[in-house]
Every structure is written in C-alpha cells, then in structure tokens.
Design a protein around this ligand. Structure first.
Ligand SMILES: NC(=O)c1ccc[n+]([C@@H]2O[C@H](COP(=O)([O-])OP(=O)(O)OC[C@H]3O[C@@H](n4cnc5c(N)ncnc54)[C@H](O)[C@@H]3O)[C@@H](O)[C@H]2O)c1
Length: 306
C-alpha cells in the first residue's frame, strides 16, 4: 500500500516541472490527484492544456486524477481548484502550492506589471488556494491534512535581479510560519520547500552561465523534489510542521528560521556610544554563527545499504 493511499491531493502548477513530478509521485503513492495548471509561459502569459496531459498520464499508469486549468492568481481560481477536488473525489487532504512564474529585472527596470504579476501568482496564489482548504479543514474537522508551500533561495538568501520574486518567496515563508500556528489545532502540518532543479525556469539561467544541464539526472532534474514532498505529505511527517526544507543538487537539508543570535538590554534609551560598543559585538556574533552554520550545513554523504 502506498504512503498516500486514501488521500486526495491538489497540486498547483502540476502540468510541468517540479509540480508534474509531485503529481506523478503522489499518484504512485496512492493519492487521487487534482492536477492544476493554467499552462502559462514562464513569464505567466498565455495558456495551454498541460494539466490534461499529466492527468491522462496518471490515469494511463493506473492512478486517479482530474485536470484543472484555473489560475491560482485569483480568489475565484483558488476556489475553483479546491472545488475540483470535492467534485471529483469528495474530499481534500493535501495542498501543494507550487505554481510559479518569473519576471526577472533589476529594480531599475522593474515595471509595476512585473511586480504585480509575480505577487499575484506566488503570494496571492498561495492565499487564494489555501483559504478554501483551510476553511474546509475547520468546517469539517478533517484531521491530519498537509500544506506544502514553495519558497526559494531567491527570497531566503537573496538573488540579484529578483526583487519581485524574492519578496514574494520570502513572503511565502512568512505566510507558512503563520499558517503552521493557525492550523496546528486541526493536526494540519504546513511546511515550506526551497527547491533547486533544472526546469524551464532555471535551465536558461544555468546554460547562460555555461553549465551543461541534464534534467534526466536525478540530482539535477525536478524529480528530486517529489519524494521529499511525498514524505512530508505522508503519515510519517505528522509531527513535522513550520519547517523549511531545502532540496537541490541531490541534497535534502533543513534551513534555519529567523532567530535572535545575541542581544543586549538597557533600561533607558540607547546612546550612540552604547551602540558603538554593542553593534560590533553583535556583528561578530552573526559572523561566528554564519561560519558555524555554513560548516555544519555542508552536505554529508548518506551511507547506502548494500
Ligand atoms: N526550478 C527551480 O530551481 C526553482 C527554484 C526555486 C523555486 N522554484 C519554485 O518551484 C515552483 C515550480 O517551479 P518549476 O521550476 O517547476 O517551474 P515550471 O515553469 O516548470 O512549472 C511551473 C508551472 O506553474 C504553472 N503556472 C504558472 N502560473 C500559473 C497560474 N496562475 N495558475 C496555475 N498554474 C500556473 C505553469 O504553467 C507551469 O507549468 C515555482 O513556485 C518556482 O518559483 C523553482
């Protein structure tokens, strides 16, 4: 029996790339899947029937799936995507907010439309798809649900030329931390994925740097993210919530969350002299922390049996 037997999953942006691999892996693990995808170009323009193709592929492999071509970027779209699960399968257990686009520009060239399009698909898209699912969980008392949200090192570390995307992706990490608190009493876990994979969004950038990219390599292509999502959606991860999991280059890692590393206290206003003394100590503490985290976070080889 698959680890997602009896579950119904909604995967947004599942017509291509990482989302497609998640939908296929969820179905192979026994889930019935709503394959959502508008079929947009990388910048969010246009539409194509890619969701139908993936749903058909799942059915050909003996699984159960329906396609949804609605956009995540509106409340109506999010509601329709959620309704597709109830209409086809009568329940919903797992939501993967994966749909995404890029509009890379430096701030000097960033037009309002580039900003708004990214916020609409990523940040509003997460809200629009999550709200109906969260309300359903509360209204039905459904226990043990799962939400997986998609952030990026672009927002968590910072990446040149992506202030719109980085802001949305950092916002998604904040959104997830709050949701994890709000849904805890319903036994619904909320985790964030920070992926890295060769897809149409990243292959042009990698090739532009002169890299040879082979997406069929399981340490390079989008298929590496799917098993981690399946594990997080499975009963094994019932107590894992509020985490950011990094999956890229064949590694799986847990990321740090914002936290105070060192602090000082006074019972009066801070003077400039105080701050001259304190700030170098704080910056040293941050440097030492970063060095320790960099060392401890370096990937270790996993011993494989046999
Ligand atoms: N590939 C990476 O290295 C990487 C790195 C960091 C974050 N991410 C994030 O991972 C997610 C998946 O990215 P990918 O690389 O697989 O990209 P992709 O372009 O291969 O797939 C994204 C899919 O989302 C769909 N989509 C776009 N707008 C939509 C909308 N409004 N409604 C419904 N579907 C929509 C697209 O049609 C596309 O099929 C995205 O959120 C992306 O930002 C990817």
């Amino acid at each position: 029996m698959g680890v997602l037997e009896g579950k119904v999953a909604i995967v947004t942006g599942a017509g291509r790339g990482i989302g497609r691999e998640i939908a296929l892996d969820f179905a192979a693990a026994g889930a019935r899947v709503v394959v959502n995808d508008l079929g947009a170009a990388p910048d969010g323009s246009g539409a194509a029937r890619v969701a139908d193709e993936v749903a058909e592929e799942i059915r050909e492999r003996g699984g159960e799936a329906v396609a949804s071509g609605d956009s995540v970027a509106s409340v109506e779209g999010g509601h329709a995507i959620f309704r597709a699960a109830l209409d086809a399968f009568g329940q919903a257990d797992i939501l993967v907010n994966n749909a995404g686009i890029l509009r890379d520009r430096t701030i000097f060239k960033m037009e309002e439309d580039d900003w708004d399009a990214i916020m609409a698909v990523h940040l509003k898209g997460h809200y629009a798809c999550t709200r109906p699912f969260a309300r359903y969980i509360r209204e039905t008392g459904r226990h043990g649900c799962r939400i997986l949200n998609f952030s990026s090192v672009s927002g968590l570390f910072g990446n040149f030329g992506q202030s719109n995307y980085g802001a949305a992706k950092a916002g998604i990490a904040g959104f997830s931390r709050v949701l994890a608190l709000e849904l805890a009493k319903y036994g619904c876990t909320v985790n964030t994925i920070s992926p890295g994979a060769a897809t149409r969004l990243t292959i042009p950038l990698r090739e532009g740097r002169g890299d040879t990219v082979d997406p069929s390599d399981p340490t390079v292509g989008p298929q590496q993210v799917a098993p981690v999502c399946t594990w997080l959606a499975s009963p094994a991860a019932q107590d894992v919530t509020g985490q950011i999991i990094n999956v890229m280059r064949g590694t799986v890692g847990i990321m740090q969350q914002p936290a105070i590393i060192r602090s000082f206290k006074v019972d009066r206003l801070w003077s400039q002299d105080d701050l001259d003394r304190v700030m170098p100590v704080l910056l040293d503490a941050k440097r030492a922390h970063d060095e320790r985290v960099e060392k401890e976070g370096a990937p270790e080889d996993l011993a494989v049996d046999g």
